[in-house]
Design a protein around this ligand. Structure first.
Ligand code: DGL
Length: 271
């Protein structure tokens, strides 16, 4: 059997694993190189021009080393900014992850929705344009949570979570406008689905949480098309810092079919 080209699933950290999980369910045999740019985490704090330059340069190295069939930018903070320069520079399909404003506007019953994201995604023109285009008849509360992605990273490493801190970060999503309360919260950062059980526990009232991962997996499948080769290329995860993840996270990665590998030229071979 020939080695199929891998698909790169890319995030600033382990949040993109929520997207990888959905891709795995839909395309179990797809070789995936999961790239966590942990050396640069969190993207939510970066100045826009610097983040574009950083991601394009890193992608140039990854594309040269791995010749991917497609790349999934499993990060809202990056996708809302770098998809146009990536598509202009590389002749491969890029699938992005952007806040699921449209499905939220279609599903809300109260007309009050919240978008929970990083401060970077909250500031983006792209996000504001999504709201203007798809949710102009809704009241939308856009919340930039400064600490949630880092809390999710710590949770994935097996560290305890301060639930009061989580509650403080999500609380601004819960509003009442003319007697109507928020009924949908868009998870606008790929790290957040890993905190969802805690969100449900500490939320002031029950809401529907929208996670776009399954839709991204469907989009990837459509982009790859029917002619996709089967293959035996290994799937694995790399961390740009070169640090080995703690044992609990390594077990999570192993369960997701992603042993930890190297970023260097030898990256096609897992450690
Ligand atoms: N997982 C990323 C996202 O979807 C962002 C986390 C960060 O680096 O700030 O936005």
């Amino acid at each position: 059997m020939t080695e199929a080209k891998p698909v790169i699933v890319f995030d600033s950290g382990v949040g993109g694993l929520s997207v990888h999980r959905a891709i795995r369910e839909r395309l179990p045999d797809l070789p995936v190189l999961y790239v966590a740019d942990d050396a640069a985490f969190p993207y939510g704090d970066w100045e826009e021009g610097a983040l574009v330059d950083h991601v394009v340069a890193l992608m140039a190295d990854l594309v040269a080393a791995h010749d991917p069939a497609a790349v999934v930018i499993a990060c809202n903070t990056a996708s809302t900014l770098v998809l146009p320069p990536l598509r202009a520079r590389f002749d491969i399909p890029f699938v992005g992850t952007v806040p699921a404003v449209k499905p939220a506007a279609e599903r809300t019953r109260t007309g009050v929705i919240a978008v929970l994201a990083t401060p970077g995604t909250m500031r983006r023109d792209y996000t504001r344009e999504l709201i203007r285009t798809y949710a102009k008849d809704c009241h939308v509360r856009l919340v930039g949570a400064p600490d949630l992605a880092a809390i999710a990273e710590a949770h994935m490493r097996g560290e305890p979570v301060d639930e009061a801190a989580v509650r403080a970060q999500i609380e601004p999503c819960f509003i009442e406008v003319d007697g109507a309360r928020t009924d949908i919260v868009v998870l606008g950062c790929t790290h957040y689905p890993f905190l969802r059980t805690i969100f449900e526990r500490v939320a002031p009232w029950p809401v529907t949480w929208i996670d776009p991962a399954a839709a991204i997996a469907r989009r990837l499948e459509a982009v790859l098309g029917a002619g996709r080769e089967g293959g035996t290329a290994p799937s694995f995860a790399v961390f740009t810092s070169g640090r080995r993840p703690p044992p609990r996270l390594e077990r999570v990665l192993a369960r997701l079919g992603l042993p930890v590998g190297n970023l260097t030229g030898a990256a096609r071979t897992p450690k």
